[in-house]
Structures are given as C-alpha cells and as structure tokens.
Ligand binder design. Structure first.
Ligand code: CTP
Length: 242
C-alpha cells in the first residue's frame, strides 16, 4: 500500500467528533447542577463539564477596582473572551486536548500561570450564561439546552452562593444583581432561549426533562458509534479487497 493509500485508511476514533452540549440560563438557575446530573446519569467515561467562567476577559486596574466595588458588568457578552472559547472548543471538538484557564471569583481574574488540561473527551458540557449566544459556538453544539428557573429562586441561590463561596457580602451582591444581572438577563440571556432545542423549566428539580435529555444524548451517541463501526467495517472490506 502506498503512503497516500495508508493515509486514507487511517483509523479515526469516534472521539474525533466530540459531542458538545451547551447549557445556558440565568445566573443561579442551576446550570451547574443540571450539568452534574447529566454527567451522573450518562455514566460514561470521558464526560467533561466546561464552565464559561474560565473565559472572562482580563480586567484593567480601573476595571478591577470597579469589580471589587460590585460595579463592573460581568453580565454583558463583552465580558467574555469568545475568541479563546471558540478556539478551545474547536480543538476539543476535533479530539485535541485544550488548555483551560482557571478563574477566581474572589479576585475577578484568571489564576496566574495555572490551567487545567482537558484531553479529548467523548462528551463535553459547556455551561454558562452565554452558552447559546455566539454563532460560532452554536455551530459547534450538538444539543442546546436552556435552564428556565424562576428569577426569585435564581436570586436566592445566587446570594447564598456569592456570600458562601465567591467572597461577597449580601449588600454588594444585591447591588450587582439589580444593576447588571437582572437587566442583562432580559437583554441578552433570556433571548438565547430561541436558540435552544429544549428548555428545562425548574432546572434540576425537573427530573422528567433531564431524563428525556439523557435519552436523547444516548441515542445520538449510539448513532455516532454505529456510523463509526460501519465506517471501520467498510474500510476493513476495502483493505481485504486489495
Ligand atoms: N460574576 C461575578 N464576578 C466575576 C465574574 C462573574 O460576580 N468576577 C458573575 C456574573 O455576574 C454572572 C455569573 O458570575 O452573572 C455567572 O456565573 P453563574 O452563571 O451564576 O454560575 P454557574 O455556577 O455557572 O451557574 P448556575 O448558578 O446556573 O449553576
């Protein structure tokens, strides 16, 4: 067999087409919990959750001052570095590994000189308030989910979490919610629902919707796997014919 022929028969494992699921929804809607539940119910090796928090842009010293005073708008799409996100997603989709920045909510910046590496995975769950926003990201997604949780519940969860694990006080967290999070939810986050394949009302409490999503993902993965096996069998037959 010539070198060009052997290239045609190169083995292409199924994870060269990583299945990517996007989960958008309000801050505090339970995106992280839904993603964790999908991981648990799928019960497959190589399912990875990627949070869009890792892709907040670096702040200038002036912007950083505003952030510490709860006066910086982290709820505008401009706050996210979509170029890097798309770059990493394209790598992962193609089965390549990707370096992902680690974000500190206490410091409002990426942790210096520290990344995590995601190696080629079978299923990647991208979760974030803008997971269904950028057309380049949408083009890479195999399934698009919007978590639709009552805003009072989102606020209650967010306040508790911001104080407990993001180094904030209640007054500042409330200020940020009313100034940026709530208006930008209406402006940018909720409109992403039109891009979703499925909305999950009540988020993590909606076990029926989550079970349906899991079934759908399993069916899609089975179809991919069967198509892959068929391709391998056809290649094998071609090799035998030679
Ligand atoms: N944010 C912040 N400070 C930063 C960066 C982001 O307060 N330095 C806030 C933004 O206001 C944004 C939120 O972080 O609204 C995004 O994270 P969120 O969606 O709340 O967290 P997840 O755990 O990803 O989602 P969920 O609560 O739905 O599980």
């Amino acid at each position: 067999m010539s070198e060009s022929q052997s290239m045609n028969y190169a083995y292409s494992p199924p994870w060269h087409d990583t299945h990517i699921i996007g989960i958008a929804g309000s801050s505090g809607s339970g995106k992280t919990s839904v993603a964790a539940q999908l991981v648990k119910l799928l019960n497959l090796p190589w399912v990875v959750v990627l949070s869009m928090d890792s892709f907040y842009k670096e702040l200038t010293p002036d912007q950083s001052k505003l952030a510490f005073a709860n006066n910086y708008d982290f709820d505008s799409p401009d706050a996210i570095d979509f170029d890097i996100l798309v770059d990493r997603l394209r790598d992962l989709k193609a089965g390549r590994k990707a370096e992902i920045p680690i974000y500190s909510f206490e410091k409002h910046q990426r942790v210096p000189n520290k990344n995590t590496t995601i190696y080629s995975c079978h299923v990647l769950i991208l979760e974030g308030i803008f997971a269904l926003y950028d057309q380049r990201v949408l083009d890479l997604l195999d399934m698009k989910i919007f978590v639709d949780t009552d805003s009072d519940i989102c606020l209650a969860r967010r306040l508790a979490r911001d104080v407990k694990s993001r180094g904030r006080d209640v007054r500042g967290a409330l200020q940020q919610w009313h100034r940026f999070v709530k208006p930008n939810f209406e402006l940018y986050v909720r409109p992403q629902m039109k891009n979703a394949d499925i909305a999950i009302p009540r988020g993590i409490d909606n076990l029926t919707a989550i079970a349906m999503v899991v079934k759908h993902i399993q069916r899609a993965l089975n179809a991919k796997s069967e198509a892959h096996l068929k391709k391998i069998a056809e290649l094998g037959e071609k090799v035998l014919e030679k």
